[in-house]
Design a protein around this ligand. Sequence first.
Ligand code: 2AM
Length: 501
Amino acid sequence: MATANTRVGLIGLAVMGKNLALNIADHGFDIAVFNRTTSVTDEFIKENPITPGKLIGCQSLREFVAAIARPRVVVVLVKAGPAVDSIVQQLIEAGLDAEDIVVDAGNSLWTDTIRREKEYAGKIKFFGSGVSGGELGARFGPSLMPGGDPASWKHLEPIWKAIAAKVDAKTGQPIPGAEPGKPVQGGVPCTAYLGPNGAGHYVKMVHNGIEYVDMQLISEAYFLLRSLLGLKPDELSAIFSDWNRTELDSYLIEITADVLRQRDPRNKRKFLVDVIVDAAGQKGTGKWTASNALDMGIPANSIAEAVFARCMSAIKGERLIASKKLRGPTIKKLRAGTAVIEAIRQALYCSKICAYAQGFQLMREAQKEYNWKLDFGTIASIWRGGCIIRARFLQKITDAYQINPQLVNLLMDPYFRKEIRNGQDDWRKVITLAVQQGIPAPAFMSALAYYDAYRSAVLPANLIQAQRDYFGAHTYERLDSPSGEFFHVDWPAANRPELKV
Ligand code: 2AM
């Protein structure tokens, strides 16, 4: 039986849990670990006999709770949903008390985190934290998005700051060099306290919503390059590598270049991308973001579009049938000149700015709804390293919110205004080409629609208001009367005098 002296405990030894535990141990923290299937714990301990901080494998939750120094910090990495509640209940039964902190580091819905914090108050302190960076991030430095009560954060903070990805304070560039057992020295950690209750999980959700658009936009750029220019995957890989030396420098562009040059392990003459079924899966965080945007009435149309694009891809069987029946223009190949490639790059870049603008607009609204005080500069800064959307571009967003913390929309920031001014002719040309040639580019298009609508002083919603008043007496406001004064016209009577009795 272990003595109560490990600094922290972790439950759930799937890939993310194992890697996070090793990352924590790498930084010298003794850690107790537990997994429902105990053979997994045994294997894990056997595979990792020597770590800078001790790994203590526990066979029961009682043993696990007894192994951790008080106040106990227990990181939970089980499947989001009922498993989290089940584990918390079991931990309480196994001896956790009101001073102990349970950190849900899974992809939980932020409203569940709000509920759990209330529900378990007085029994344990429930704390939520988003974790992004995939398996490698968890192992060598993720971006961590904590939310909960500030007193609990004080206990978690040293661990979270130690294990998070590090970036250079000035340039925001990730500091490389982490290896097993050799944590990164120096730099600023990609984690910061974001706010109470569900704030961390909410920010993580929006991160994922943005990630959906980022991936969709890159796929559309790939598809346009391929369809219009007839380039092969390895040629496309070289283009993405070039782009990775521009403003688009990011993890997702980098892995795209890697993916596109990967050969099929079954047949080296083929590229792997060409044998992968074009039907995207999803686990729900993009959908949560889009449906939350609908609930709050915030136009995050590119985020929704990216989710729908995955849904469209998933009905592959229907698309195969439709492709034989529904006609469109025949694609005329263009000469692969640098101008077209640069135009597509600009379209991707401008669309990406709009996607981030939407994500931050969502967070602005959510903070009103939930009474949080989110610091958008800090959020952008902790996304600079470790997470899937990490990018050089996030330094520019950090700067934008540091210059003006009250920035209403990222599109209004002088730097981003200039970037879109420079890129928008190309952006429009690429979308025109896509339309003329019948190549789907829904996220490019929805981002441009967002941009054009956002910069419109006048939209056709006057007509919508008139229609609503016509059929449902929903009333309308007038431009020449104070706001809040509502009018109604007896439309049938005004237009169809013969209906008057
Ligand atoms: P397992 O190895 O026993 O399946 C990801 O699924 C991780 O969450 C795994 O470590 C898994 O444990 C754990 N997990 C899933 N559901 C759980 C539950 N209801 N209780 C405890 N652990 C659970």
